[in-house]
Write a protein that binds this ligand. Structure first.
Ligand code: G3H
Ligand code: 13P
Ligand code: ZN
Length: 330
């Protein structure tokens, strides 16, 4: 058993209380490898932003939990070495069972999500309650989910979006004891968040998605004043990287994300954690494709990982400063 406290990490409790009060959101960036982690830490130290490092079940399988735990420890020391001790959370993204959550808590995670959103309501309460009881014994915070996001992203799949019903949130939060609640108000996972027929096109042929359901968010806030709310599926799918990918041999079609202004608006509300993974994938892939295309002679991985890491860092800084408002809050 390793406690996250030995690794220099924190849970989300204080971080979320400050974010809700301050009208900003904490970035929750997924990572699977060293370059992604370096980019996140550099960006968050340079912008003095608190950060949630997210590890999905797929990332656990890909990278190994012992390595991930020690990478998180390394991240706290790296931030210190870079000159600023930002608060860092190590969070399980989309935990699929009590066992997965327990394994992460026992391995140094300071926060876990139990995603029972695809289960019947009572079953979701049951498994979430069980995770909360175990997590709170170890001062680990828990995110639950009500409502189902649309979109398909590897292990995370749901055929259609079911918005969170505001009438259920008080009951769910009080019966489970969760510390934060992920809701569904129109975001979805992946780089193809909407079907073209759901969108309009602007003069440049870019798809404009339907707006998020801020009315549902307002109703949820009315039911649970000041309670920390989480938005998944919040990549904006930067068109510069979609273009870069397609100009250098890629094939991405109808890729569209959540407009940044809408995320900025959400950040000012009780939404205090915003999950972003796909945008990092796009920035990294676009940059690497470009380097490969322009320098077919390269075969040293550092030649393409270094510019990819730099692109990621710049993108995360932009999000912290201009979108989530978390810059300067560490
Ligand atoms: O919400 C899902 C995240 O983007 C994680 O994706 O399961 O492919 O690691 P992954
Ligand atoms: P995106 O696919 O929009 O980046 O969402 C990531 C996410 O919700 C991780 O849990
Ligand atoms: Zn998610």
């Amino acid at each position: 058993m390793t406690s996250y406290k030995e690794l220099g990490l924190v849970n989300t409790r204080e971080m979320f209380a400050k974010a809700v009060k301050g009208g900003y959101a904490i970035p929750a960036y997924n990572f699977n490898n060293m370059e992604q982690l370096q980019a996140i830490i550099m960006a968050c130290v340079e912008t003095k932003s608190p950060v949630i490092l997210q590890v999905s079940k797929g990332a656990r399988d890909y990278a190994n939990i012992n390595l991930l735990r020690n990478m998180a420890r390394g991240a706290t020391e790296y931030a210190h070495e870079l000159g600023y001790d930002i608060p860092i959370v190590l969070h399980l993204d989309h935990g699929d069972s009590f066992e997965t959550c327990k394994d992460c808590i026992d391995n140094g995670f300071s926060s876990v999500m139990i995603d029972g959103s695809s289960l019947p309501y009572e079953k979701n309460i049951e498994v979430t309650r069980k995770v909360v009881e175990y997590a709170h014994q170890h001062d680990v915070t828990v995110e639950g989910e009500l409502g189902v996001l649309a979109g398909i992203e590897d292990d995370v799949a749901a055929e259609e979006s079911h918005y969170t019903q505001p009438s259920e949130v008080i009951d769910f939060v009080s019966k489970t004891g969760v510390d934060s609640l992920a809701i569904s108000i129109g975001t979805s996972h992946g780089a193809n968040k909407f079907k073209p027929e759901q969108c309009t096109r602007n003069a440049d042929g870019i798809l404009i998605p339907p707006p998020l359901r801020f009315d549902i968010l307002a109703e949820i806030e009315k039911q649970l004043p000041g309670f920390p709310i989480v938005l998944h599926g919040s990549s904006s799918v930067p068109q510069e990287y979609v273009k870069m990918i397609n100009e250098h041999g890629g094939k991405l079609k109808d890729s569209v994300g959540i407009p940044e202004e809408q995320l900025r608006q959400a950040s000012k509300s009780a939404v205090c954690k915003i999950n972003i993974d796909s945008d990092g994938r796009l920035a990294m892939t676009g940059t690497i494709r470009k380097v490969f295309d322009e320098h077919p002679e390269y075969f040293d991985p550092r030649k393409y990982f270094a510019p990819a890491r730099e692109a990621l860092k710049e993108m995360y800084k932009h999000k912290n400063i201009d979108v989530l408002g978390s810059a300067g809050q560490a």
